[in-house]
Design a protein around this ligand. Structure first.
Ligand code: VGL
Ligand code: ZN
Length: 201
């Protein structure tokens, strides 16, 4: 029986993060069936979608002389530069075709402002501009959130840390996540999440 105060948040299960995509996460497509199977266990189901305008400031192609995975300093702090990905309206921004989107109560888009990236489902990368998800969940009576999706060490990690900081009880189901793992970013993310009180299941 789904508990009324529990939400499943499915992070960025999109074509560009799956094998063959612009920012492919190894095994990204392997989690889709398992995520679909979990949806019935939650009263509230949210899907997030990374949704960048062309020429987004997180794209290496927007920074002359820079390459994907270089770091730059943005007004809001350090930022990894990515290959162009999840451009609004392109096939790469679409959900994986096997992801069950019908059960979703809310599809939340993020990263749509050119000048700022948004890894977290709750705040943009300045860690203070809200996406509105906190208000949505609170108004729905949610107190506990389970996170799955892509990528463990970026968007899942940032979302989990923000959810914990906001006072939600947070679980990340590691078997239903896959990581990018740049320079030890997966281990660092697991450490940070554990320290923040996130349950890594
Ligand atoms: C993501 C890098 C850039 C993610 C999104 O979904 O983890 N990573 N944009
Ligand atoms: Zn992105």
């Amino acid at each position: 029986m789904p508990q009324p105060d529990e939400a499943l948040i499915v992070i960025d299960v999109q074509q560009d993060f799956c094998p063959g995509g612009a920012l492919a996460v190894a095994g990204g497509d392997e989690i889709v069936a398992g995520i679909n199977a979990r949806m019935a266990d939650f009263a509230v189901r949210v899907l997030t979608q990374d949704w960048h305008p062309a020429g987004h400031s997180s794209f290496a192609s927007s920074h002359p002389g820079k390459s994907p995975f270089d770091m730059v300093e943005m007004p809001y702090g350090p930022q990894v530069l990515w290959p162009d990905h999840c451009v609004q309206g392109t096939p790469g921004a679409a959900f994986h075709p096997a992801l069950a989107t019908e059960p979703a109560d809310l599809i939340l888009r993020k990263g749509f402002r050119s000048a700022i990236d948004s890894y977290s489902a709750f705040f943009e990368n300045d860690r203070s501009t809200p996406t509105g998800l906190e208000g949505y969940l609170r108004e729905r009576g949610v107190r506990r959130v389970t996170l799955v999706g892509l990528a463990t060490d970026f968007c899942v990690n940032y979302s989990a840390l923000d959810a914990a900081r906001l006072g939600f009880e947070v679980t990340v189901e590691m078997a239903l996540c896959r990581a990018i793992d740049l320079d030890g970013s997966l281990a660092a993310a697991c450490d940070a999440m554990a320290k923040a009180g996130v349950t890594l299941a």
